[in-house]
Write a protein that binds this ligand. Sequence first.
Ligand code: AMP
Ligand code: MG
Length: 345
Amino acid sequence: MRKTTLLSTALICLAMLSSCGDKPEVPAGDPNTKSSGSVFAMDTYMTVTAYGDDREAGVSAATEEMTRLEKLWSVTDEQSEIYAVNHAGGGSTAVSGETAELLEFALDMHEATGGALDISLYPVLRAWGFTTGEYRVPDEEEIASLLEKTGAEKISLGDNTVTLPEDMEIDLGAVAKGCAGDKAVAALKEQGVECAILDLGGNIQTLGETKPDGTKWKIGIRDPYGEGSAATLETGEGAVITSGGYERYFEQDGKVYKHILDPKTGRPAESGLASATAIGDEGRYCDALSTSLYVLGAEGAEELWRKRGDFDMVLICEDGSFVITEGIEQSFQLTVPAELKVLRK
Ligand code: AMP
Ligand code: MG
C-alpha cells in the first residue's frame, strides 16, 4: 500500500526537471556535475543529490547522518534512545542533547498547534495497525482506553532526561524526517557543499538558493488523487514538506482509514484535506507543521498561519480545490485544473 518509493522518484525527478533527461556527460570540475546517494531510513527512501567538487564527500556524510539518526530515534530498534524512553516503565531515561532538543521542539509544537501534533499517539497508531501493517479498526471502547495513555503534555523533560508515565509511548514519525533533513544539510555544508537537494520520502529540502545553473529549484506537489504532481513550486533554500493521507492507509468495509490521527478522537483525521504542504526555512518546523495542518483542516490551518506568519502552505482539499498563502503566489503553478484560493494577511 505504500507509495513512498514511487512518490520519491516522482518528486526527485520533478525537483530536478533539467537533470533527468539524457544529458551528455559533463566534464569534471563543472558545477553542474552531481552525485547522488540513497539510504532506506525512517521507513522511507532518502536520496541526497549534491553538486560541486565536494559532492561525493557531502553525499556520504549526509547519508551517514540520516542512518545515524534513524538508529537514535527508531521506535523499534532496541538500541535506540526512543526505545529506551518507551521501555523505562515510568522511570527517567538519559538521552543525548539532540534527542532532548527534538523532544522539546515537539512539545512546543504540541502546544503551538493546540494539540494537533502529538508524539504520544504510538499506542493508538499500533492499535490501528499503522505501525505494523496489520490493519484493523479498533472499537470505541478500545480507543477511549488507549487515549488515556496519550497526551504529550504529560511528558517531562529534565536536563537531558525524559520521563513518561508508565504505559505511555512516543514516536517521532511526524518530525524526525524533517529534522534529519536539517542535520543532513548541515553535514553537506560541513563538507563544503553549497548546492544540494534531498528527497526524504516526499519531503524536499534544498541547500543553495538556486541550482548550479542559476535557476530556482522546481518542486512537484504530489497529486493526492493520481500519479505525478498537481502543482509545482519554485523555491530557494529551505524545506517543502507534505503530509498526505495517501502515504499510508487501508480500506475496510468500503471506508478508507488514513495514517494521520486526530489526537482528540484517536481516529484518522477527517479534516477535509487530502494533503497539506508546509514551506519554510527549517525541515523539522515544516515537518511538524505539515502533520498539524493536515489534522487542523483548512480553517484551523489558516488560523495557525495567521498567528505564526513564518511559513507558507499549500492545502489540497478533498473537493479538489487548493488553498495557498500569498508568500508563494508568484512561484506556485497548478498543473491540474482546480479552484485556487490565495490567503492574504
Ligand atoms: P508525517 O508524514 O510527517 O505527517 O507524519 C505522520 C506520521 O506521524 C504517522 O505515520 C504516524 O506515525 C505519526 N502521527 C500520526 N498522527 C500524528 C499526530 N497527530 N501527531 C504526531 N504524529 C502523528
Ligand atoms: Mg510531519
